[in-house]
Ligand binder design. Structure first.
Ligand SMILES: Nc1ncnc2c1ncn2[C@@H]1O[C@H](COP(=O)(O)OP(=O)(O)OP(=O)(O)O)[C@@H](O)[C@H]1O
Ligand SMILES: [Mg+2]
Length: 308
């Protein structure tokens, strides 16, 4: 069974003067149990709209979303879900400890288990010192951490997180990546939105790119990175006499006695064969690839050009 199954999901918002905004257009998406899926898109692409539809916070114009076999319009579908909304805002007179306990009690957790889990997640998110202070005294990043703590407390099987790294400093971002990787290790499903490709590259199995309400690409992260492989930088130890060219290629740089050659993938095997035959020393081979950022930007730019 898929953890999340989205079929033909559409959402139109009413705009000014009887106009409509197509925030989401016919989205089909299946997220497997145990999968970490990055939902990548620029501002206004429809990420939060999708998440709100899946969480039953918005009614779809058409289509369905099913979580662990239960339709998202039913409250029952959210029983096994940990949810982080975009821009979380909580009852600010409560402390982190009180709020996390409140959320845990909504999931009918046993009192002793709730206390243990609450302490665990509060420590994990580095909120221990502040746990008894009212949240109105918290910084933005601390509120985001409370948002994550309350999503984790009942140890659900599915996590739906709207920009989990938002508002966090580099240490906080690294912490959240570690938490997601830990969930993955424990076989949990994580569906999260972001517009930062680095977040996706480090933790996701698959990525879907949404632009202007439409899914424009979906693939395994490793496939995207592999398809973007363009060539190699081969560093060779060469004497001054033959430093400039090798096997028909021109050196792109020379540092001391080492020359660097850009070798396109198509001629890599032939080039390395020539290196072996010549007995020259290989100092380093680096892959030179298009990264996820380039891939994302090319999709967003081409979609912007098409709609012109
Ligand atoms: N309640 C609403 N009423 C009217 N339009 C809305 C409403 N909510 C969202 N929209 C529009 O739907 C589109 C998608 O918005 P959404 O919040 O889903 O984007 P997003 O991908 O989450 O962007 P961001 O990265 O900025 O959070 C935008 O054009 C937005 O203006
Ligand atoms: Mg959003």
């Amino acid at each position: 069974m898929n953890a999340i199954e989205i079929s033909g999901l559409c959402k139109q918002f009413k705009g000014k003067r009887r106009t409509c905004v197509d925030a989401l257009k016919n989205l089909d998406l299946q997220i497997e149990a145990g999968e970490v899926f990055g939902f990548l898109g620029p501002n206004g692409a429809g990420k939060s709209t999708t998440i709100k539809l899946v969480m039953g916070l918005l009614r779809p114009t058409s289509g369905t979303a099913i979580i662990m076999g239960v339709d998202s319009t039913l409250a029952e579908s959210r029983r096994k879900v940990g949810f982080l909304p975009e821009n979380p805002a909580f009852y600010d007179y409560l402390s982190a400890e009180e709020y996390v306990a409140f959320v845990g009690s909504q999931f009918k957790m046993d009192t002793a288990l709730l206390k243990r889990r609450s302490d665990e997640v509060i420590k994990q998110l580095d909120l221990w010192e502040a746990r008894k202070r009212p949240m109105r005294s918290y910084s933005k990043g601390m509120i985001q951490r409370v948002g994550l703590a309350q999503a984790l407390v009942h140890d659900p099987d599915v996590y739906i997180l709207d920009e989990p790294m938002s508002g966090l400093d580099p240490i906080g971002r690294a912490l959240v990546k570690d938490i997601i990787l830990d969930l993955k290790k424990r076989g949990k499903c994580v569906f999260f939105s972001t517009h930062i490709t680095d977040d996706v590259e480090k933790v996701c199995d698959r990525v879907g790119v949404i632009v202007k309400g439409s899914l424009v690409a979906i693939d395994r992260v490793e496939n995207i990175l592999r398809s973007g492989l363009e060539g190699y930088l081969v560093h060779l130890q060469l004497s001054d006499a033959d430093a400039g060219t090798f096997a028909g290629l021109q050196a792109v740089r020379r540092t001391g006695t080492v020359s660097e050659f850009y070798v396109p993938s198509s001629v890599f095997n032939a080039f390395m064969g020539a290196v072996n035959t010549s007995g020259k020393e290989v100092v380093l081979v680096e892959t030179k690839r298009r990264d996820l950022e380039d891939f994302f930007l090319s999709l967003v730019t081409s979609s912007a050009q098409e709609s012109r």
